[in-house]
Design a protein around this ligand. Structure first.
Ligand SMILES: Nc1nc2c(ncn2[C@@H]2O[C@H](COP(=O)(O)OP(=O)(O)O)[C@@H](O)[C@H]2O)c(=O)[nH]1
Ligand SMILES: [Mg+2]
Length: 347
């Protein structure tokens, strides 16, 4: 899962990237054009508990890949270059960072609403360009059928400045569009980079309120504060957060929000060698889930031994789960649930 961080230069993208990646540290301004990539673990208390229980050689959390994408100069009106757009197309989720803090390096006023609006307009324009080109060709060829109809519909939608994600497209249509990697079909999350004294959702509510007309979920945090927290030891972090009265780090909250907007769930495999979280799309069945572990497990799937993480943690051992009648066998079509522990049997 790839999460691309986008926004105007100086909005705090790199600072947020560093904080989320746990790198910390201050960043020099104006490092435009550079793309930072980092695999980030998804914190999960269930994995912590399972790992304590099994004492495995390896404990592996789910992860997402973060990309700090090139920014755009504030008020430049110049748009993104083709390379930046191409990078965005590779992402599964786009995170727009909007500045609500005073950045001494930037002359432009604090105006997160226009930053968010500007970014959304850029994404729409990028799709418009692609769809327009395709429609013009189909029209010229006097093409008829599903493809023509679909692209006419997309074109009309973008011309009306509506996001393509507002359309209820069939599986078949989405399939047809995969290769185009349209930006306005991707989920979007907004990070409002707030001043340090408005670093959580409640104290930032007056800043969030004017942004409520945007469809995307808004997520308030202070990049600078988070980057400072990321530099502390885990115990120091908790003490510090308690002191300033914030519930958990924004890193945790953000990653959970990202998961939610991607409609992802985690299932687990457990054992003495390895306790591990796997990520699947909500609605995936047991066979598809097995394929995350190994393609052979999916192809040669027989059944999945199943228990829930909640039962295992509550009862304390696999044997106790079995005794309680909470262990079962599932077929291919079983829909994997968040928190399932699966052991795949294959031929
Ligand atoms: N006060 C304050 N400064 C910040 C915050 N986030 C970023 N900055 C500063 O703003 C400048 C630009 O941040 P940077 O992350 O490089 O922005 P980018 O261009 O979007 O990557 C840097 O000097 C950061 O230290 C914040 O939440 N509060
Ligand atoms: Mg940067």
């Amino acid at each position: 899962m790839r999460v691309g961080i986008i926004g105007f230069a100086g909005s705090g993208k790199t600072t947020i990237f560093n904080a989320l990646a746990g790198i910390g540290g201050d960043v020099a301004p104006g490092k435009a054009g550079r793309i930072n990539l980092r695999e980030v673990q998804v914190p999960d208390a269930r994995i912590d508990k399972l790992s304590l229980m099994y004492q495995p050689k390896k404990t592996i959390y789910a992860s997402i890949q973060l990309a700090d994408l090139p920014g755009q100069a504030p008020g430049s009106g110049g748009g993104f270059d083709a390379n930046s757009i191409a990078k965005m197309r590779e992402m599964d989720l786009l995170v727009i960072v909007a500045r609500a803090f005073d950045n001494p390096y930037i002359n432009a006023p604090i105006d997160p609403a226009s930053e968010i609006g500007g970014m959304l307009a850029e994404l729409l324009l990028a799709d418009y360009t692609v769809v327009e080109k395709k429609v013009m060709r189909l029209r010229k060829e006097a093409a008829k059928g599903t493809e023509r109809d679909l692209f006419e519909q997309l074109f009309a939608t973008l011309e009306a400045e509506q996001w393509l994600s507002t359309l209820e497209l069939s599986e078949q249509s989405l399939e047809l569009l995969t290769g185009f990697r349209l930006l306005t079909l991707k989920p979007v999350l907004v990070v409002l980079n707030t001043p340090e004294d408005k670093a959580d959702h409640d104290s930032a509510s007056e800043l969030i309120e004017p942004l409520s007309s945007f469809e995307a979920p808004i997520f308030a945090l202070s990049a600078k504060l988070e980057a400072e927290i990321a530099e502390l030891d885990p115990e120091e972090q908790l003490a510090f957060l308690a002191e300033i009265g914030i519930q958990g780090t924004a890193r945790d909250r953000f990653i959970r929000a990202a998961y939610k907007s991607l409609d992802l769930i985690s299932f687990f495999t457990v054992g003495e060698d390895e306790v591990r979280a796997w990520t699947v799309q909500r609605g995936a069945n047991a066979q598809t889930s097995a394929g995350k572990i190994h393609t052979d497990l999916s192809k040669r799937f027989i059944r999945a031994e199943h228990m829930t993480c909640a039962d295992l943690i509550e009862l304390g051992s696999e044997a106790k789960v079995k005794e309680a009648g909470k262990f079962s066998l599932k077929g291919k079509e079983y829909i994997t649930q968040d928190g399932d522990i699966l052991h795949i049997r294959a031929s």
